[in-house]
Design a protein around this ligand. Structure first.
Ligand SMILES: Cc1cc2nc3c(=O)[nH]c(=O)nc-3n(C[C@H](O)[C@H](O)[C@H](O)COP(=O)(O)OP(=O)(O)OC[C@H]3O[C@@H](n4cnc5c(N)ncnc54)[C@H](O)[C@@H]3O)c2cc1C
Length: 373
C-alpha cells in the first residue's frame, strides 16, 4: 500500500509543516482576533483546504497529508486544530462529495481557499449519538425550504460563514427523512445562540444555532432529499481521521514534554524509562492506526471500522500520555506554567466529538461481526 520511499515524502512534508507553523499561537481562551490570526496563517499556507483539488481552491494533497497538518497544528494549538478539522472534514467534505457544480463554485472554493470558514450542525438537544433522532424541521414552501429548530455544540459557530445543516423533512421517516442544506450566515431566520463554557479547546467557539422560520433557497439543498443520513455517516467516517490526528498531536506534545523533563533531570530513574517506553509504543501504534485510516480514505474506501479504531485508540492514548506528563511534572503539571493542564483538558474532548468512545466501540464491533465469515 505505502512504499517506504513514499513515506519519506510524507516525513519531508511534516518537517515543512512544522516550519510553517512556527508562528502559530497557543490559545486557551476564545479570542476572535487571535483565532483569526491563526486561521489567516493557515490560509496563507493553504492548510484550510489540504485534501481538495486545486481547481476547487485546495492544495490537491491526500488525506495523509491532511492528517499530518491537523496533527502538527494540534501539537501547538488543539483549539485551532479542532476548528480546522470541523471546517475541512465536516463542512467542506460533504459539499465536495455531494454538492453540485454551482454549490462547489459558490461554497467549496472559498472554504478550501480559507476565505470563508465552515461549520457543520448535526447535534441537537435530543440528537447526538443517535443522528436519526434529528428534530430540526425542514418544510418545502415553493422555491424555499423553511427550517425551524436548534442545533447545539457547533464548532466554529462564531467565525463560520457557511454551515452544512442536517434536518428532517418528516421525523416519522427516521433516517430516510434526514436532509442536508447549505446555510449562509446571513440567511433570514438564522441566528447564533448561547456560547458553551467548555472544559477544553476553549480557544474554539462552540455555540447553539437557532432556526426560526429560516428561509433556505431550494438551490441550497445538498444532494437529494432524504439522503442526508448517508452523507453524514460518510462525513463522520472521514471526520474521525481528523479527530484521531488531533488526538495524536496532543499526545505527541505531552510526550515531548516528558522527554524534555527526563533529559533535564540529573537523577535518572527506571520508572521514568518505563513510562517513556510505554508512551513511545502507544504513540507509534496510534500513528499507524491514524495513517492507515487516512490511506484507506485516499483509496476512496469507507473504512468505518478503521477510522473508529483510530479515533478510539488515539483519544485514549492522548489522555494517558497527558496524564503521565501531568504526574511527572507534579506541581508544575497542574500549574499554568507549562500548559500541561490545558493539554490534559483539551485531550478529554477527543473522546466525545464526532462520536463518543462508546459509539466507536459499537461501530467497531458491528463491522467486525459483519466482516467475519
Ligand atoms: C468540543 C466539542 C465540539 C463539538 N462540535 C460539534 C460540531 O461541530 N457539530 C456537531 O454536530 N456536533 C458537535 N459536537 C457534539 C458531539 O458530536 C456530541 O457531543 C457527541 O456526538 C455526543 O452526543 P451527545 O452530547 O448528545 O451525547 P449523547 O448521545 O446523549 O450520549 C450521552 C452518553 O451516552 C452514551 N451513549 C449514547 N448512545 C449510546 C449507545 N447506543 N450505546 C452506548 N452508549 C451510548 C454516549 O457514549 C455518552 O457517554 C461537539 C462536541 C464537543 C464536546
Amino acid at each position: 500500500m505505502l512504499k517506504i520511499n513514499d513515506y519519506k515524502k510524507y516525513l519531508e512534508f511534516q518537517e515543512e509543516v512544522k516550519e510553517n507553523l512556527k508562528n502559530l499561537k497557543e490559545l486557551d481562551e476564545y479570542s476572535p482576533s487571535l483565532l483569526k490570526e491563526n486561521l489567516n496563517l493557515l490560509k496563507e499556507k493553504g492548510y484550510l483546504g489540504v485534501p481538495y483539488p486545486k481547481e476547487y481552491g485546495g492544495l490537491g494533497l491526500d488525506y495523509l497529508h491532511y492528517a499530518i497538518v491537523i496533527c502538527e497544528i494540534s501539537k501547538i494549538c488543539p483549539s485551532t486544530g479542532l476548528a480546522v478539522a470541523a471546517h475541512t472534514s465536516l463542512c467542506a467534505f460533504p459539499i465536495f462529495k455531494y454538492g453540485d457544480e454551482e454549490q462547489k463554485k459558490r461554497y467549496l472554493i472559498p472554504l478550501a481557499r480559507g476565505e470563508k470558514i465552515g461549520a457543520m450542525g448535526l447535534t441537537e438537544p435530543n440528537a447526538g449519538s443517535e443522528a436519526s433522532a434529528i428534530e430540526l424541521q425542514a418544510k418545502k414552501n415553493g422555491n424555499f425550504y423553511i427550517l425551524n429548530g436548534t442545533k447545539r455544540f457547533i464548532t466554529n459557530s462564531k467565525e463560520a460563514e457557511i454551515f452544512v445543516i442536517l434536518s428532517t423533512l418528516d421525523k416519522s421517516l427516521g433516517k430516510k427523512g434526514i436532509t442536508a442544506f447549505i446555510i449562509e450566515r446571513n440567511f433570514k431566520g438564522f441566528t447564533i445562540g448561547r456560547e458553551e463554557d467548555k472544559l477544553g479547546v476553549r480557544g474554539s467557539s462552540t455555540c447553539e444555532l437557532i432556526f426560526e422560520d429560516c428561509e433556505v433557497p431550494k438551490e441550497n439543498l445538498l444532494g437529494k432529499e432524504g439522503e442526508g443520513y448517508k452523507y453524514i455517516m460518510e462525513t463522520l467516517d472521514g471526520g474521525r481521521i481528523s479527530i484521531a490526528a488531533f488526538s495524536l498531536g496532543i499526545a505527541k506534545r505531552a510526550y515531548e514534554m516528558i522527554l524534555k523533563w527526563e533529559k533535564e533531570r540529573e537523577t535518572k530513574s527506571e520508572i521514568v524509562y518505563k513510562i517513556i517506553a510505554e508512551c513511545d509504543t502507544l504513540i507509534e501504534s496510534a500513528t499507524l492506526l491514524t495513517y492507515y485510516s487516512a490511506l484507506l480514505k485516499n483509496q476512496g474506501e469507507r473504512g468505518d471500522k478503521e477510522s473508529a479504531n483510530a479515533k478510539l485508540y488515539t483519544s485514549e492514548v492522548a489522555i494517558k500520555v497527558c496524564d503521565y506528563a501531568l504526574s511527572l511534572y507534579s506541581y508544575y503539571g497542574i500549574s499554568k506554567e507549562y500548559n500541561l493542564e490545558k493539554f490534559f483538558r483539551d485531550a478529554k474532548i477527543c473522546e466525545i466529538g464526532e462520536g463518543t468512545s462508546e459509539i466507536m466501540k459499537l461501530i467497531i464491533a458491528k463491522e467486525a461481526l459483519k466482516n467475519f465469515k
